[in-house]
Design a binder for this molecule. Structure first.
Ligand SMILES: Cc1cc2nc3c(=O)[nH]c(=O)nc-3n(C[C@H](O)[C@H](O)[C@H](O)COP(=O)(O)OP(=O)(O)OC[C@H]3O[C@@H](n4cnc5c(N)ncnc54)[C@H](O)[C@@H]3O)c2cc1C
Length: 445
């Protein structure tokens, strides 16, 4: 980008709404936050830049919801409930999932993309909850430690929304960063992104019979034959006959993780991701049983970015907290997902907790330092690079969003630091969340 600059003229914008809680971003964390806050009777506005909800789940498209289950004695045991359970149950009732799929030392819940979009559209039908699609948060106004207004832009002129509390569920920590919160982002050392894609005309009965080990061996053979594949293992799911979803690309720009805030770097990454999808199609057709007639049905609407800003909060979760299965007094969620780090090599680095083990996510990791009425939820929480690699999965984002939405209401006109932990934990329990899951009880039942 060039060195010179221009100055934007100052302008007045109308204040179109005043609400109790404004939620920026309608991904897994944002939907959970907005719905949970509105269900208490609060007035809530959810602002989402896409024309649909779900964020990475639906825009990038994931094969499955991760973080719901721990694998105990080879069987998936559900560990995360609350809002995540509600989404699971609604997906199941709508025929959008065939149930948990065990793999490695865990299991995830494959889902049908359109069914999930519909489930989320239905979930936000709550009195007092307004949802603006195709509306982008572009700025905030701040008075000392309090954000007073969010500036939002639709297709035309910007407008302002006043709120008592703001929940940043943008994934990128955008609202908090605009408000001046400190953030960590290690450009060039971020987790590598992936372009997700689906293949159609797959003989899924055969294809899904190929084990992860067999797939790895077949793709390694393709590499030995000269095919340039960035990964030789990945997630392959099927929620519908004939269609598979693949999480198997790894996108680099000049050998490094692309800069998610540099449009040129990101644009090269988008093209490279689709080029990789074409390469995998060729290899799968030739090497892997069940794919002879396959074609690429679609790619996600955007490259899947795993990590951008991590907002610095009152507490920062570390790898030791995750792997030590740490329990905390200000717990707002239980997380059983391992560290899953998509680094530079062909393999993903997995570091596991014990079967049925979990750590707790502290409320302090949702509270940006220096701000009084802002909470973050989702993948931009306060965590180190390694801890974020575990906590960012969607079941956890649902949990964090649910907690942030309820805490925003409890904070009311006071600061988010005034929220009573017993009151928040009680509200979470009443909403079905389980902060101390007991897998042994589930197995015995
Ligand atoms: C390639 C890839 C594969 C993954 N695989 C899995 C998997 O298989 N299973 C799993 O559970 N997890 C997986 N994850 C992790 C998981 O998908 C994400 O960490 C999680 O979905 C993040 O949720 P979130 O709500 O924090 O943020 P996001 O999903 O990023 O949602 C943020 C939302 O905010 C909106 N937004 C952003 N900025 C603005 C703005 N300025 N104004 C208005 N709206 C805005 C975005 O459009 C988006 O809808 C994967 C992630 C990636 C990238």
């Amino acid at each position: 980008m060039g060195e010179s600059s221009v100055r934007l003229p100052a302008r007045d914008v109308p204040v179109l709404r005043e609400v109790d809680v404004l939620v920026a971003g309608g991904g897994s964390a944002g939907v959970a936050a907005a719905v949970s806050a509105a269900r208490t009777g609060a007035s809530v506005l959810l602002v989402e830049r896409n024309g649909f909800l779900g964020g990475t789940m639906t825009a990038t498209s994931l094969g499955g919801i991760c973080g719901l289950y721990s694998l105990v004695d080879g069987a998936p045991v559900q560990m995360v409930f609350g809002f995540a359970e509600e989404v699971r149950a609604r997906l199941a009732a709508a025929g959008g999932t065939r149930g948990p799929l065990p793999w490695l030392n865990t299991a995830s819940l494959p889902y049908d993309l359109f069914t999930l979009k519909s489930v989320l559209d239905d979930l936000v039908e709550v009195p007092g909850l307004g949802v603006l699609y195709q509306a982008r948060l572009t700025d905030v106004l701040r008075d000392g430690g309090r954000v007073t207004h969010a500036i939002v832009r639709g297709r035309e002129a910007p407008f302002a929304v006043a709120a008592r509390v703001f929940v940043d569920a943008s994934g990128d920590g955008e609202l908090a960063a605009l408000a001046g919160a400190e953030a960590e982002i290690e450009r060039g050392h971020l987790q590598f992104p992936s372009t997700m894609f689906r293949m159609g005309s797959v003989d899924t009965a055969r294809a899904m019979g190929v084990t992860r080990e067999e797939m790895h061996a077949l793709l390694e053979r393709a590499v030995a034959d000269g095919h340039d594949l960035p990964r030789t293992a990945g997630g392959i799911y099927s929620a519908r006959d004939g269609i598979v979803h693949l999480n198997i690309t790894k996108v680099k720009v000049d050998g490094r993780s692309p800069d998610p805030f540099d449009p040129e770097s990101l644009s090269r990454a988008e093209r490279e991701g689709r080029a990789q999808a074409r390469r995998y199609l060729e290899v799968f057709r030739r090497y892997v049983p069940g794919y002879a007639d396959a074609f690429i049905l679609d790619t996600g609407t955007e490259l899947g970015v795993r990590e951008t800003r991590r907002i610095v909060g009152d507490r920062t979760v570390t790898a030791e907290d995750v792997l030590g299965e740490r329990k905390v007094e200000d717990a707002i969620a239980a997380s059983c997902w391992p560290i899953e780090e998509h680094g530079a090599g062909r393999a993903t680095r997995w570091v596991w907790m014990s079967p049925g083990g979990y750590c707790q996510i502290p409320y302090g990791a949702l509270v940006p330092r220096g701000l009084d009425n802002v909470l973050v939820a989702g993948r931009c929480l306060s965590a180190t690079h390694e801890a974020q690699a575990a906590l960012r999965v969607t079941a956890n984002c649902f949990s964090m969003g649910q907690a942030a939405g309820l805490a925003a209401v409890l904070a009311g006109g006071r600061t988010v630091r005034d929220v009573s932990m017993p009151a928040l934990q009680q509200a979470l329990a009443a909403a079905g969340a389980v902060l101390a899951p007991r897998p042994e009880a589930t197995i015995d039942a």
